[in-house]
Write a protein of this length. Structure first.
Length: 280
């Protein structure tokens, strides 16, 4: 059990608790579902903010631009066109990028400000919840870029994704990996704990077990190289480093984390898992 602070917003302390039988880690106490939205309604919550002007926000957007191409390239290996659902789409940049590549892209975003930005800026179809998607809509792929750690019910959500996919469709899930070198290095100040917004804290074995039990087969996993730098930068800022020192150490420790992954097989700061839908 570890005590971790919500550095981003409230400065409250939360515990990270491991299941005694399987080792799966989760945030405790967990806010009630009706209270969770309050932890996101900050002008500094970057994925929900299309207009922030801080240096960290600029870096986030620069990396996001590069990541859009990488994400689309990965998606093309499993679906070259067709209908794609992006869950937790934020302000809609990935959806807009897919539409430019001749996909038919739909989003889900519970945050009202981010959802309205996606609709107004990009002209996208974005629902507020999975339950709002018509039963007639089916997708070749469902993507979750750093979303699964936020959902309140893992089992229910996985079943919903399964039902939304066409036969043989794919689920792409990117999550922070708590076994990465940078997670160990920063300890309780690791920015990817992001309590209480992150309810679950994954290892590869956790993701594989969850999907395998609920109608999916993991067919690939990939390292996500850029995340180590951004997470390290946020972690250094949480530790109170002056700006120049924070940037220097983030570059150093992000590189160390990635090199450690290359030579030891340890996961990078975040991992991407691709799972194929198995029909009953």
């Amino acid at each position: 059990m570890h005590n971790v602070q919500d550095y981003h917003l409230t400065k409250q302390k939360f515990r990270l608790v491991d299941c005694a039988s399987c080792g799966f880690r989760f945030t405790s106490p967990r806010p009630r579902d009706t209270d969770l939205s309050a932890y996101y309604e900050s002008k500094d919550y970057i994925s929900h903010n299309a207009s922030g002007r801080t240096l960290i926000t600029w870096v986030y957007r620069a990396l996001r631009t590069v990541a859009l191409r990488s994400k689309a390239s990965i998606l093309r290996k499993y679906s070259t066109n067709g209908h794609i659902l992006d869950v937790g789409c934020g302000t809609g940049e990935f959806l807009a990028h897919l539409n430019r590549l001749n996909y038919s892209a739909t989003g889900v975003e519970p945050g009202p400000r981010a959802r309205e930005a996606a609709i107004q800026v990009h002209g996208l179809q974005v629902f507020s919840a999975l339950e709002d998607i018509p039963d007639t809509l089916k997708f070749q792929a469902v993507t979750l870029w750093h979303v699964l750690e936020h959902v309140s019910s893992l089992v229910r959500s996985i079943h919903q994704y399964h039902g939304l996919l066409e036969k043989g469709g794919h689920l792409l899930i990117a999550v922070p990996n708590r076994l990465s070198w940078d997670a160990q290095h920063y300890g309780s100040a690791w920015a990817a704990w992001d309590v209480p917004r992150h309810l679950w804290h994954f290892r590869e074995s956790d993701v594989v077990a969850l999907l395998s039990r609920h109608g999916f087969r993991v067919v690939a996993s990939r390292r996500m190289w850029f995340d180590a730098y951004y997470i390290s930068l946020l972690s250094e800022r949480y530790l109170g480093r002056p700006s120049l020192i924070a940037w220097t150490l983030a570059l150093l420790f992000g590189t160390v984390s990635n090199i450690t992954s290359i030579f030891t097989g340890r996961p990078t700061s975040s991992s991407l898992f691709v799972a194929e839908k198995l029909d009953p």
